[in-house]
Design a protein around this ligand. Sequence first.
Ligand SMILES: O=C(O)CCC(=O)C(=O)O
Length: 283
Amino acid sequence: MISPGTTAEALERLDAQGFVVLERLLTPAQIDALREEVLPLALAGPLGRNPFEGERTHRVYALLAKAETVAPMVEHPRVLDIVDHLLEPNYLLTACQVIHLLPGETEQAVHFDDGFYSIPRPRPSVSISTIWAVDDFTAENGATEVIPGSHRWDDAQLPDQDDPRLRPVVMPAGSAVIFHGTLWHRGGANRSDAPRCAISPQYCQPWARQQENMMLAVGARAARYSERIRAMLGYSIHPPFMGFVDGGHPSRLIEDGYDADRTGASVESKRFWERGGHLTPRD
Ligand SMILES: O=C(O)CCC(=O)C(=O)O
């Protein structure tokens, strides 16, 4: 598969197929640094507690609390340029985990990632997932499998585990697949003799509850990250006041001398009140 050259091309593929692959976004040096920090964490992490998490899969949640080398993936400009078009401003990081499939892992149940938002389908996605290949993804080692076009399905269309339309997302290490939260997919079976490591940052609408409670999971360690990541963790306001802490901006908790006028949210909030406190202007 040839990577799309532009955000517009990537968006076209996402619209048509529900997913797009961006190849080799990370340099070999970045992959090495990532492996050095993340693989020991993955191997020390617990195995999944059920077949969905994967009983032969190490899953480590709350990754930004544990591995700073993941930050360049979470805020990769090519990825965020795309997500910026799919979610509303102030979108959040809903999950960030390592999924490390050991040899012998079996296929995961086919599912879509924003299924716990009980809004009937077909509908726009509430979340956008990314899965980054830390190892090469192959059909043998458990590459993520997707059903192209299934992001448009309605609630009556339910694939089974043998659906012939499932296809593996084969991609080299350092690449990412970006897909709609409505796309049916699963982790593949690892029939190889080596693990398959992936990292999965996922983003959701700013008005949706995050899967992982990032404010608790990462807490004050958020101060290590860029303003963009902090905002995605929850140190942000979706105007006029979603995300307030004690009536103010949450960044006051982690930034000394936080300046409320610096953020666009505070400006938007002021505008909201200036026009009478109604979500849509009344004429
Ligand atoms: O590991 C993968 O390739 C996919 C995992 C997945 O979809 C999930 O755990 O929700």
